[in-house]
Design a binder for this molecule. Structure first.
Ligand SMILES: Cc1cc2nc3c(=O)[nH]c(=O)nc-3n(C[C@H](O)[C@H](O)[C@H](O)COP(=O)(O)OP(=O)(O)OC[C@H]3O[C@@H](n4cnc5c(N)ncnc54)[C@H](O)[C@@H]3O)c2cc1C
Length: 360
């Protein structure tokens, strides 16, 4: 006899969204979280942007779940009182060639289902954001920002209200088939579950391997942020045009809900999944130069180091293109969520819907 219907491994925003969704449908769930505090890994270290769905290929899981997830996230945040604001986003082209790329981005976003997109001339851009310099811009009025840890906490709290249990300091160390489901071993004891959802973020490949699924490899790809001192120089999120094949969106300006402004993240593959040391001092000049392409007035002294995060990339270093999210029932009753990098925060509630469909 199983102890619970579903064991969810990982209490980041994705595990919390899955637990909320399943618990609200009266499925007895347990969330097993390795850390002594939930949501301390990727969910605590990201840009907090609610993406509109501009970048990923139409029809991909990333594109589809980003668009559906953003809608669900805004609705959830309004109902649950999670801090969130639709501040809008500008992708700024520096020259004629990048302006052509903006047209392609607009077409991709529209085909992917992103709403509220328009192209702005250089004059319209300056009228909207006087501090910015650009040849043209793509404006996404639906892009926003959210307090990611608060979102994860509200989802976990709702799951608990519907009877789910969240066990901390419960790293899953063994995962094996058992009669009627799965047996999981943690330092807090053994648990039997009819189904398992692996939402272990950076460690999802290792958790899948515990069950014998060895086809995944998560490559940590680090991004650093610098904070711009003083008042934010813009009122919207500001991005450069993404370089073809780049592993990130290019160093950009994001706002936080407290009115601050950050620059970043860049994208650098690293060897460790716990590489959170502050960036070397030289990075500041690099970031100031990238910022000056958008905001000519920025000086190196305006920047103070903030923090970093690690993307759980399935795309290996040197591989030419991005990979899609993996949401797969690889063995009966074992759903692996692997490569849930950006826009995974935006997509979390829609990912939970996919998991529910797979398990029903
Ligand atoms: C630099 C950066 C910027 C980003 N910006 C954005 C953005 O602006 N918008 C957006 O939509 N997305 C963004 N993302 C992506 C988004 O943050 C992630 O997709 C999302 O937070 C992933 O959540 P998660 O729950 O899968 O992972 P996590 O939050 O890492 O949660 C996984 C949990 O599993 C636990 N765990 C691991 N192994 C085990 C085990 N064996 N047993 C039990 N528990 C275990 C971990 O402790 C962790 O708490 C960004 C990501 C990065 C790195």
């Amino acid at each position: 006899m199983a102890d619970v219907a579903v064991a969810i491994i990982g209490a980041g925003v994705v595990g919390a969204a899955v637990a909320q969704r399943l618990a609200a449908r009266r499925l007895p769930c347990v969330v097993l979280e390795a850390a002594s505090r939930p949501g301390g890994e990727i969910t605590a270290r990201n840009s907090g942007v609610v993406h509109a769905g501009l970048y990923d290929p139409p029809g991909s899981l990333k594109a589809r779940l980003c668009v559906a997830g953003a809608r669900a996230l805004y609705g959830w945040a309004a109902r649950a009182g999670v801090p969130c604001a639709r501040v809008g986003k500008l992708v700024v082209a520096a020259d004629e060639r990048e302006t052509e790329a903006l047209g392609a981005l607009l077409a991709n976003g529209r085909a992917a289902g992103a709403a509220g997109l328009s192209l702005l001339s250089s004059r319209e851009l300056s009228a909207l954001e006087p501090g910015l310099r650009g040849h043209a811009a793509l404006y996404s009025e639906g892009t926003g920002i959210v307090d990611a840890p608060a979102l994860a906490a509200s989802l976990a709290a709702d799951a608990r209200d519907h009877g789910a249990e969240v066990l901390l300091a419960a790293r899953v160390e063994a995962l094996e088939r058992a009669a009627g489901g799965w047996r999981l071993l943690t330092p807090r004891g053994e648990l039997r579950a009819e189904a398992v959802v692996n939402a272990a973020g950076l460690h999802a490949d290792e958790v899948a391997a515990l069950a014998g699924v060895r086809r995944y490899r998560v490559h940590p790809c680090r991004g650093d942020w610098f904070r711009i001192r003083g008042r934010a120089p813009v009122r919207r999120l500001v991005y450069p045009v993404r370089a073809k094949g780049a592993a990130g969106l290019g160093v950009h300006l994001t706002l936080d809900l407290a009115g601050g402004c950050r620059l970043g993240p860049d994208a650098v593959y690293v060897s460790r999944k716990d590489d959170y040391e502050p960036a070397p001092e030289g990075k500041r000049a690099e970031f100031a130069a990238a910022a000056r392409r958008l905001l000519p007035g920025i000086r190196e002294d305006d920047l103070a180091y903030d923090t970093c995060g690690l993307r759980p990339k399935l795309r290996a270093p040197g591989e030419p293109g991005e990979r899609d999210f993996v949401i797969a029932e690889d063995l009966p009753g074992l759903v692996n969520l692997v490569g849930i990098e950006s826009p995974g925060l935006t997509a979390a509630l829609a990912i939970a819907g996919e998991v529910e469909r797979l398990l029903s």
